[in-house]
Design a protein around this ligand. Structure first.
Ligand code: LLP
Length: 424
């Protein structure tokens, strides 16, 4: 079921028209459907029924407090990659012991903050980090529960910039070197090894890479137990893909069936760290057409959202579906166009070579599947204020992050005291 649909010729998020939100908060803005977030969560939770497993939502996909709170209320833990995300998780009400701290380069000060807060698990990605964490835990007089993230060297068949499970990638410890790392962890007095972690990439649309990776890690777990380690947890990471264009990602039931089959008899508690799959399709970006510029090769539709608001098309050549907010007539002709922002860079586009019904200044468009890695990756390049985030729930909506004023943006900066005032 889609939570963004045309009713009476107008695009709705659940029971609210996007046009009415635009009228109140201005354009552009991100809009999240609480119903869609809950439905995605439910599909995941239902798929896990009967398994000894839990979900730690990968907050990097969308760390808005309202989104994290919504998942927290339904029982989510959090997968974090920074102390900032940890503070968000705690502020949203996620208990510290349900937080997993991942990341390839954690600083001693960050590890200390995480241990002080009592995070439940730290996924360590190198021998150097094992030593640092051991030292920090020793200073605090605590024992840190850790997994070691291994790199199983499988091809996730996804975009090069978001694949993580190959030997060439910086993530995790090479699976062939993992036993040595576990041996080191076993010798370090302030670490308690609780399991193994992996994460092979993002926007995966097939289950086979998961199967291959799990089989490799399963063999490793058997070896590690023979080596005398107690391996109780297997953190499978995130990465399940969503629909942007015509992808056919596996259903959660299909994915879980593979996981259940390949981990049968392993006697490990499983953790999943989905990000995109829980939020991606639950969010859209709404933008207003500033002007239309016909060219001899194609028409440029210049809108008020830009690469600083949604970087995915520029950074990953990502394809996001674009729809007019006012429903076009079924027989409306289309024109070939690029949907571009006002930033003076050729890379500033949201979509290229699309056939869309004619658009005019003042029309609103909706960019679909923008709930993941949208707002979180935005910047204020060109001193464009970060755009508001809105959550719809049924017929209600609330601004869950307001647009900052230019004054607020400027007030964060300082002129050095030695610079003179500009004379009038
Ligand atoms: N766990 C770990 C250790 C991760 O590194 C990631 C994502 C996840 C979980 C969540 O993956 P997901 O379920 O969302 O695929 N900015 C890129 C995606 C980067 C993903 C990085 N790691 C994009 O816009 O496509």
């Amino acid at each position: 079921m889609s939570f963004f649909t045309y009713k009476n010729g107008e695009m709705h998020a659940e029971g609210v028209t996007l046009a009415s939100i635009a009228a109140q908060v201005g354009s552009p803005f991100y809009c999240y459907s609480a119903g869609a977030l809950r439905a995605a969560w439910k599909e995941f939770a239902d798929g896990m029924k009967g398994m000894n497993a839990s979900i730690c939502y990968a907050m990097k996909a969308n760390s808005n407090l309202a989104v994290v709170r919504l998942f927290g209320e339904m029982g989510a833990g959090a997968d974090i990659v920074s102390v900032g995300e940890m503070r968000r998780a705690l502020a949203a009400g996620i208990p510290a012991n349900r937080i997993i701290y991942s990341g390839v380069g954690k600083k001693p000060s960050e590890l200390m903050a995480a241990l002080e807060a009592g995070v439940g698990q730290i996924n360590v990605e190198s021998s150097a980090e094992l030593e640092t964490l051991n030292a920090v835990a020793g200073q605090l007089g605590v024992k840190a529960d850790i997994t070691i993230r291994v790199n199983p060297d499988v091809d996730a068949k996804t975009h090069a910039k978001i694949t993580t499970g190959r030997k060439e990638n910086k993530f995790g410890i090479d699976i062939d070197l993992a036993r040595e790392a576990f041996a080191l962890a076993g010798r370090l007095p302030n670490l308690k090894v609780v399991g193994v972690a992996m994460h092979i990439g993002s926007q995966l649309t097939e289950v086979q890479p998961y199967r291959d990776a799990i089989v490799r890690v399963r063999e490793l777990i058997t070896q590690l137990r023979t080596d005398g380690h107690k391996i109780d947890r297997f953190d499978i990471g995130g990465g399940l893909g969503i629909v942007y264009a015509d992808e056919t990602p596996p259903s959660i039931a299909e994915f879980m069936a593979v996981v259940a089959k390949e981990t049968a008899g392993l006697d490990c508690e499983l953790t999943f760290e989905p990000g995109r799959r829980l939020v991606g399709e639950a969010g859209v970006l709404v933008s207003e057409v500033i002007l239309v510029k016909p060219g001899s090769a194609k028409t440029f539709v210049i809108v008020d959202a830009a690469m600083n608001d949604l970087i995915r098309p520029t950074l990953y050549e990502a394809w996001h579906d674009i729809m007019p907010v006012r429903q076009p007539r079924p027989d409306a002709a289309t024109i070939r166009c690029d949907i571009v922002g006002p930033i003076c860079e050729s890379g500033d586009f949201l979509a290229q070579n699309r056939d869309l019904p004619p658009l005019a200044a003042g029309d609103l468009i909706m960019v679909r599947s923008a709930g993941a890695y949208g707002a979180v990756m935005s910047s204020s390049y060109n001193t464009r204020p970060l755009i508001p985030e809105v959550m719809v729930d049924g017929t209600r909506f609330a601004v869950v992050r307001p647009r900052p004023t230019i004054e607020e943006m400027l007030s964060a900066e300082r002129i050095p005291p030695w610079m003179e005032k500009i004379k009038a």
